[in-house]
Each structure stands twice: as C-alpha cells, then as structure tokens.
Design a binder for this molecule. Structure first.
Ligand code: ATP
Ligand code: MG
Length: 432
C-alpha cells in the first residue's frame, strides 16, 4: 500500500514530481486560448460515439467558418477548439449556440498535469478574462482517477491561488464565476464559467427528414425541433404563385437562411402547385378541396423524400389548432404515404409555439402577412371534413400522380449557401 492509499495527501511538490515522471515530459506553459465544448455523456453511450463526435466536429467547423481558429480536437467527451485569440471569443460564443449536441462550453487553456502548470494556466486565464467579477469558486473534475490529488484538494489549492492573485472572495454556493479544472489522462483543461449550449444531438446523427415548410409560425419551429434531435433537413414549400402574391416564397427563403445556421448544406425545394389546385378545384366540391390540396402537398413531399433518401416527413401541425388538423383529417391526409409523419408540435398550444418562434428568432419573418395557398379556389371557408373513402373517390376525377409530376417538373431547388439564394428563380419557374 502506498502512502497515498494510506490516506496522506500528497504535497504540491510531490504532485509535480509524479506528473513529470508519469508523462515523461513537462508540457509547455499554457498560452493559446481554446474553447472547450462539452457534450452530455448520456448521448455518447454505445458504439455511435465516434460518429457522434465526428459529426459534432464537422458542425462546429461549419458554425465557426470565418472565425479564426485551428482544427478542433476531440478529447474524451469534449471538443477543444484552439482560437486565434481571446478577441474572437464573443463570436465563438454566439456561434456555438447554434451547434446542437453541445451541453456547455467555456473559454479554456490546455495545460500539462503538474500543479504548477495548472496554476500557470489559471493565471493566464485570469489575464485573459480579467479578475472574477464577484465571488468565485474552483471546481475540479478528474477523468483520470489515478491523478495524485483529489478533486477537493485541487479545488482548495487552486482556489487559494486565485485568492492570492486577485483578492476576490470565494463563494461556494452562488459564485459569479466558476473556474473549472478538468484532469484528463495526458493534459488538463483550465476554463472559465461554462456557457449553456443548445443541447440536443448533432445535426446529421439521426438521418434526414423532409419538412413541409409554410411561411407560418409552426413549421419553422417544428423544423428547429427536428434539427435539435439530430436530423438533417430538406425543406419543401408549396405555393400558388402566380395566383397569389409571392410573399410566402420570400418568407420561406428567409426562414431557410435562418435554419441554415444549424445545418451544413440545407436544401429547399419550392414547388408551384397553383395549376394543380385549379385542376382539382374544377372537379371537386369546395368542402373537400383543402384535404385534397394537403394530400397533393404530402405526395410532393414524399416524392422529394424518396429522392433525398429521407426517412420521414415533418409538419408543423398541432392537434385541433385549425379545422384541418383533427385526428380524422390527419388520417385522411397521412394515408397518401407510408413514410412516418412526424408532428413535433402536436401537443403544443399556439402561444407556446409562438413563444418558441420568438426565442429561436423565426417569429419576425413568420409574422409578415402572406397568402395561404390552401385557400385558393375555395369560395368561402367550408368545413373540412371527409372520410378517406370520400377523398379517394374525389381523386378518381383526376390523375393525382400526374399532378404531382407536373408540379415537381416546375420546382426550383436551392442548395449551397442560403445567403446567395435568388428568389426570382422560383418566381420565374412558377410562371413558366
Ligand atoms: P404554419 O404556421 O406552419 O403555417 P398553420 O398553423 O398555418 O401552420 P396549416 O396551414 O394548417 O397550419 O399547415 C399545417 C402544416 O402543413 C404546416 O405546419 C406545414 O407543415 C404544412 N404546410 C402548410 N402549408 C404549406 C405550404 N404552403 N407548403 C408546405 N407545407 C405547408
Ligand atoms: Mg400555414
């Protein structure tokens, strides 16, 4: 049994000596600032971990494009991103809020494992961030359980170090600043107060879905929710231009730009359905038309899903919100595809959805008045109730598949950087 196991705490001198031996070298002084992004360990269980971390790193690189930094490195359940200097920390801070899968992150320095190196790192961190704005605490976490100092010992010694340097008061229960010391196997991380990340799963780990995106409040929130669950999005918008104003098209392009923050390579298909709606209106009674239009849209979404290898279709429907969103109608509409139909907002009230739209930033665009393509060629607002048999019978009067094909032939696909998407292309295609 060693003295350590016998309970005598190691003194700092011994810690440094034992680390130098264990590492075979002493790491250099901490100098380059980094950002450490941490993931929820629970999300990392199982064989998917390398894939999860790989996807997370790709998404971090995407979010940080244009911000000077070096290649992010995976360290256990963390990603460490060396940054050009503390002056880019504010923009990194803003951008990492768009990367799902990150539980929290902080400005950090990588150091060697010796106590003196930890102190150097903490000293440098204090220079970068300035002294604590109020009470502070030091928290230590050891991934390497063989480290010769316990977490409470590290907290005490390094807490004292901060006190000696700054004179700031320790506050263990409600500190303004929490310095974190993370002891890994071959290095340590010394970091400032953690900023809460967006959580969720890295976009891409859950596969691809097609989102039916209208210009309203609901579907952008539904899309956001699926991004947060790790889905890659293909967006599909149906419109009745030139029978109505083009404003909904402008709105969805703007919303796609917004959602494009979270996802590398967002795609949007804009599909004109006005001519098909006119044909349906010519041969069907007004009371059925909304449902027939919806079935048309869902068939279009299913065709795009098939092309893009998407595993589900997402809508912003919420049960009972409007007359077309009853269980009965959901069944009649959903029957046109065997893909799973995901409705992440099904149990939400409108005010809950609006609050989330404000929070994620899509509300200002959604609020702009537009024309709903589902009301074109419908004289008043007749009740939308029909059985599946009625809908299928009404569709005997036209060739639904031919309408879908004709609509898709006129569609405009956007991909690449959404900042450069040109709305006039979709308008020209619809007028062809
Ligand atoms: P939203 O706020 O998303 O527009 P809403 O409350 O207006 O929803 P509906 O118009 O009944 O509700 O639409 C229900 C769902 O159908 C939408 O959330 C969206 O997923 C899809 N949808 C509606 N209109 C369109 C459209 N023009 N193009 C693509 N999808 C649409
Ligand atoms: Mg709508």
């Amino acid at each position: 049994m060693t003295e350590r196991q016998a309970g005598r705490p190691l003194v700092a001198r011994e810690v440094m000596a034992s680390n130098a031996v264990a590492m075979g070298r002493r790491a250099g002084k901490a100098s380059q600032p980094s950002v450490v992004a941490r993931v929820h360990e629970i999300a990392l269980k199982g064989a998917n971990r390398p894939w999860f971390m790989h996807t997370l790193v790709r998404n971090i690189e995407y979010a940080l494009r244009g911000v000077p930094h070096e290649r992010p490195r995976v360290r256990n359940t963390r990603v460490v991103i060396p940054i050009a200097g503390v002056e880019v920390w504010p923009s990194v801070r803003e951008r990492l809020a768009w990367v799902f899968g990150i539980a929290n992150f902080s400005l950090a320095l990588e150091t060697g494992l010796g106590l003196e190196e930890l102190q150097d790192g903490l000293g440098r961190l204090l220079e970068l961030l300035g002294p604590p704005s109020g009470g502070y605490r030091v928290r230590a976490k050891r991934t390497n359980k063989g480290y010769p100092m316990t977490s409470p010992e590290l907290e005490r010694v390094l807490g004292q170090y901060v006190k000696d340097r700054t004179g700031a008061p320790v506050h263990l229960t409600a500190p303004e600043v929490t310095y974190q010391i993370e002891i890994l196997y071959d290095r340590a991380l010394v970091s400032g107060t953690a900023v809460k990340g967006p959580g969720g799963l890295p976009v891409g780990v859950s596969g691809r879905v097609v989102v039916l995106l209208s210009g309203g409040f609901d579907s952008p929130v539904a899309a956001y929710r699926m991004l947060k669950r790790g889905c890659f999005l293909t967006l599909v918008h149906c419109h009745a231009y030139p029978y109505v104003r083009p404003v909904s098209i402008e709105k969805v392009v703007e919303i796609a730009r917004h959602l494009g923050r979270y996802q590398p390579g967002v795609r949007l298909s804009i599909v004109p359905i006005g001519d098909a709606q006119r044909e349906i209106a010519l041969v069907s009674e007004p009371g059925l038309r909304v449902l027939l239009y919806r079935r048309l849209m869902l068939r279009i979404a299913a065709a795009v899903a098939h092309e893009h290898g998407a595993g589900a279709i997402v809508t912003g429907e919420s049960l009972g919100q409007v007359s077309s969103q009853t269980l009965e109608n959901m069944r009649v509409i959903g029957a046109v595809t065997d893909l799973p139909l995901l409705r992440p907002l099904v149990g939400f009230n409108k005010d809950e959805i609006m609050a989330e739209a404000e929070q994620i930033g899509t509300a200002p665009v959604s609020r702009v008045p537009d024309d709903d393509c589902c009301t074109v060629f419908i004289p008043r607002h007749p009740a939308t109730h029909a059985t599946l048999a009625q809908a299928e019978e009404a569709e005997q009067a036209f060739d639904a598949q031919a309408l879908v094909d004709a609509c898709l032939a006129q569609r405009t696909d956007y991909e690449g950087d959404p900042a450069g998407w040109d709305v006039t292309l979709a308008l020209a295609a619809a007028a062809r």
